[in-house]
Design a binder for this molecule. Structure first.
Ligand code: DX5
Ligand code: ZN
Length: 218
């Protein structure tokens, strides 16, 4: 299972996004972009124009995490804007199968995200429709929150569901992933790790990515 690290630019200096993307360009695998609309979550971050700008400025593929209402309407536009991956929330999507298919049709990897309280089992039959399952390890909306240990059993169950299927579905964790928590996530079966404050809160961003990767691979 190859480990991938996706630093979240939510924790970066928004006045210097291109520099912040460049700081992890050779150490990370993806650049995680948190799109929030102040409706699905109580916070407002950034949208399509910044994703389009980052797409041109950043060397890494963009891992767009849509924490918005009506992802069915907006997700294809993020894929068309050149995101490498577009993840929608199961709690917000009204037609997740159609939307996941339209993300793939636009050339991006399709992701499905579940909040801490959303069970994974009802989505087992949908596994062939997406490329990545994102299990939130905090309630979505803000960086810098405390990792929720209660999600660990769900990570294990999701890994088992994925193992039983043909085709590779990546298992991403997002929220409170740090030097203290990444090993538990990896041990439970996660293989893609989002880290905001653990990377951009460090002076040496690339060093922080390398350290997280080394711990996840242990
Ligand atoms: C939270 C976002 C996360 C956030 C993670 O809703 O989805 O991607 O940026 O930040 P940390 O790693 O600081 O918890
Ligand atoms: Zn995120």
């Amino acid at each position: 299972m190859a480990i991938q690290i996706s630093p979240s630019i939510l924790a970066a200096d928004f006045a210097h996004l291109a520099d912040e993307a460049a700081a992890v360009a050779t150490s990370a695998d993806w650049l995680h972009v948190d799109v929030m609309d102040n409706h699905f979550v109580p916070n407002l971050t950034l949208g399509l124009p910044i994703v389009e700008a980052l797409r041109k400025a950043a060397a890494l593929p963009l891992d767009c995490h849509l924490m918005i209402e009506d992802p069915d309407r907006w997700a294809p536009a993020y894929a068309e804007a050149g995101a490498g991956s577009v993840t929608i929330h199961a709690e917000a999507a009204k037609a997740p199968v159609r939307t996941l298919r339209s993300i793939r049709a636009a050339g991006a990897r399709a992701g499905l995200a579940l909040n801490p309280a959303t069970p994974v089992e009802p989505y087992a039959d949908l596994l062939p429709e997406f490329d990545m399952l994102l299990l939130m390890t905090v309630e979505p909306g803000f960086g810098g929150q405390r990792f929720l240990d209660i999600v660990l059993p769900k990570i294990r169950r999701a890994r088992e569901l994925i193992r039983g299927r043909a085709g590779a579905v990546w298992l991403q964790v997002d929220g409170g992933v740090s030097a203290d928590t990444i090993e538990r996530c990896a041990e439970a079966g996660a293989d893609v790790f989002v880290a905001g404050s653990a990377v951009y809160g460090a002076e040496d961003r690339a060093g922080a990515v390398e350290a997280l990767r080394a711990q996840a691979e242990r």
